[in-house]
Design a protein around this ligand. Sequence first.
Ligand code: NAP
Length: 270
Amino acid sequence: MFRRILLLSLLAFLPLTATAALDPGAPTVLITGANRGIGLELARQYAALGWNVIATTRRPPDDPGLAELRAIQEKHPRLVIERIDVTKTEMIRAVAEKYRDQPIDVLINNAAAVEDTFAADMEEANTPFDRIDFDDARTDFDVNTLGPMRMAQAFLPHIERSKQKKIANITSLAGSFGQPLPGAIAMNYSASKAALNKYSVLLSIALKERGILVGLFQPVFVASKKDMKNMQNASPVDVEVAKLIKHIEQMSPETSGKIVNFQTGRIDPF
Ligand SMILES: NC(=O)c1ccc[n+]([C@@H]2O[C@H](COP(=O)([O-])OP(=O)(O)OC[C@H]3O[C@@H](n4cnc5c(N)ncnc54)[C@H](OP(=O)(O)O)[C@@H]3O)[C@@H](O)[C@H]2O)c1
């Protein structure tokens, strides 16, 4: 009996410990794929701006790939790291439950099924149609399309309870019909981003009456990987992420459900 009471009291205390590091007076952002690239830079810049940052990664806590994120956390104790693989509904829901009393102002669906070097991405992108693997396609749709929708569904109560009420989905020119990338490349990735665009438009309509804004943000060519640093056309990740944060700040009912190009700030065609 005593052990049961002890367990119940510990469970009741869990949400408090989950949010102990977070400042109730500061806005809160949750980022997926925060261990590298654009997601890592988003975590770094939001933390420096004084936000509470729930930085999520699919990697386990002892993974060496979390070193840079941990280094940011050492300087910014309001940054917490949580494990979320966006293809795993139960894992997502467990984190949502852990933070059930925490308003989340901005949910950034940044994670995507991409490689950790540009060269590997290109090899994948150049796979000719007759060698495309449709099991890989399933992974692209699972991460890039359904991942953001799972996240939006699980964290909707937290977003609805916040002041800013924003969902920012990171898409790609690759998914565009009106301004597609040249050539028939990256079919699976492109189709999954096009589907994310459609889902996001429908979500923006579905959530309009609840005051929640759903934005699509499109990087152009951001040096998010180590082998892109010296590429002439690739824009530095810190510069582009600073622009993205401004665009998210300026989200409005007029831009909800539209694609904002985060290099130019203009609305891009679907
Ligand atoms: N860089 C560009 O120029 C560019 C252009 C167009 C669009 N984008 C979009 O911008 C976003 C960020 O891209 P990036 O260049 O920063 O990519 P990146 O550096 O390769 O990072 C991708 C992130 O997604 C994570 N991820 C992959 N599968 C996941 C899963 N199942 N669950 C949770 N996280 C997962 C990765 O984790 P691991 O480290 O564990 O793999 C990594 O943290 C993506 O949505 C991408 O499509 C980027």
